[in-house]
Ligand binder design. Structure first.
Ligand code: TRP
Length: 458
């Protein structure tokens, strides 16, 4: 098996395989559901513009940082920081990442479980019977309030992920993504073309692209939303890209790989918007309905009412939920890989044992989410996990990754890693400046601002 190194760690089989696997890890529910939803809540085009700025100014630099830490250390997060900065506390950044991986995988898989449930509904033709918005809302409530069913779909989703990760980096993850990602692209492009050729679709396009910057200053929260969304969508701040980078060959041009992953992720988020909004507006939706709808509503309530009005609606509904499940699956395996790699690298466990045990542990954390357990009448256990790990942990992790590369390991060392076999990439000194000063500063301001608004109650 040529793809396995002497140390027994996996290696990607090819550059394309790596980029597809990493893009598969990045492209997920965050793109298809999170991005359009956050855009809808944050005034559309102004958010999209800010999002792009966050990707370029902060997301990509952090992506380079994570990939180079991974490749330089050839280790999963905790071991990586230990190797590059022995006798220091930096390994805690990796540990926080592994912990975040557990928690994110748990709530992520429950949403994926809903998607599996919806796929089954689509196959059974439930979205072809003239659903009103209220009825669609009812269908969704009914699903999330059926604990047994949601737990079952979540478990099915977990087992699928575990079986893939058990197969290893090359034969499990890479091979799966090489099959699923092209299928995903074809489905998404097909669905977006259908949506944009509906009459009245133009409104949806302009909702996404007609920037009105005054909106941003009316709602400064949009800036916070854009950055957390960028981190989540690009899978940054918890060592997922670091782990994927650790299986990357030294010959690869790492910054270009990073740019391809980041751009693919962003393009897919925008394309998902171009699938959802034109369909939504063409079917008579309004900006008010959008702004008033709940987080889950977009893909699980609003879209089901649209499928019904399309010719061959059932086919489109099936295609859409297949798309959602694929996106979620290729992402969840990247989360599971971080946890697995930690136990394999750090404790010398067998991959199979680590993945079943810790995938299982994360599933146990998913159960209270699937059961819709409430901590207070207004706060579910799942919302709490989302709040801590989506809104804060990734940004905090990202902040420390910047500090680590900027001040402890040093940009010079990272650049040496990126160019070690003579690879070239323009502007690496600018990257060094961004990662040392600008990125940590901006992230810190945003975290503090976020905490401030949370505690001052505004
Ligand atoms: N990026 C994925 C999405 O957009 C989710 C995801 C996978 C993730 N791995 C991650 C998010 C690691 C943060 C960190 O749906």
């Amino acid at each position: 098996m040529a793809a396995i190194t002497g140390s027994g760690r996996g290696k990607w089989g090819s550059s394309l395989g790596f980029v597809l696997a990493a893009a598969g890890g990045a492209i997920g529910l965050g793109n298809i559901w999170g991005f359009p939803y956050t855009a809808a809540q944050s005034g559309g085009a102004a958010f999209v513009a800010l999002y792009l700025i966050c990707v370029l100014l902060i997301g990509l630099p952090v992506m380079f940082a994570e990939l180079s830490i991974g490749r330089a250390s050839e280790s999963s997060p905790v071991t990586a920081f230990r190797k590059l900065a022995p006798r220091s506390l930096w390994w805690l950044v990796g540990a926080q990442g592994v912990l975040s991986g557990f928690a994110i995988l748990a709530f992520y898989s429950v949403v994926a479980g809903w998607a599996v449930g919806y796929l089954v509904k689509a196959i059974m033709g439930e979205f072809t019977q003239g659903l009103s918005l209220d009825a669609a809302e009812g269908t969704f409530r009914q699903l999330i309030e059926s604990p047994g069913l949601v737990t079952l779909w979540t478990a099915v989703f977990f087992v699928a992920g575990i079986l893939i990760v058990q197969g290893g980096v090359h034969r499990g993850i890479e091979r799966t993504c090489k099959i699923l990602m092209p299928l995903f692209f074809v489905l998404l492009i097909g669905l977006a073309c259908r949506a944009m050729t509906l009459s009245g679709a133009g409104k949806g396009v302009s909702f996404l692209f007609n920037v009105d910057f005054s909106k941003i200053w009316e709602h400064p929260k949009v800036i916070l939303n854009a950055l957390s969304q960028a981190f989540f969508s690009m899978s940054l701040g918890m060592g997922a890209m670091l782990t994927y980078g650790s299986y990357l060959s030294k010959k690869e041009n790492l910054p270009w790989a990073g740019v391809s992953i980041g751009l693919a992720d962003t393009a897919i988020a925008v394309l998902a918007g171009l699938m959802i909004f034109p369909a939504f507006f063409a079917m008579g939706g309004t900006t008010e309905t959008l702004a008033a709808s709940q987080e889950e509503a977009l893909v699980f309530v609003v879209l089901p009412t649209i499928f019904d009005q399309l010719p061959a609606g059932q086919l489109f509904s099936i295609a859409f939920y297949v798309l959602l499940v694929i996106a979620a699956l290729t992402s969840s395996i990247s989360l599971l890989e971080v946890i697995t790699a930690f136990f394999v690298d750090e404790l010398g466990w067998k991959r199979k044992r680590a993945v079943w045990l810790f995938g299982g542990a994360s599933f146990l954390l998913a159960v209270p989410c699937a059961l819709n357990l409430k901590i207070t009448p207004n706060l579910s256990f799942m919302s709490l996990l989302i709040l801590i790990f989506f809104k804060y942990a990734l940004l905090i992790g990202g902040f420390f990754i910047c500090l680590f590369v900027g001040w402890a390991w040093k940009p010079r060392a990272a650049i040496a890693e990126m160019t070690r076999e003579g690879q070239k990439f323009p502007g690496l000194p600018v990257w060094g400046f961004l990662i040392r000063y600008i990125c940590p500063l901006v992230i810190a301001i945003i975290i503090i601002n976020q905490l401030w608004t949370a505690f001052s109650g505004s």
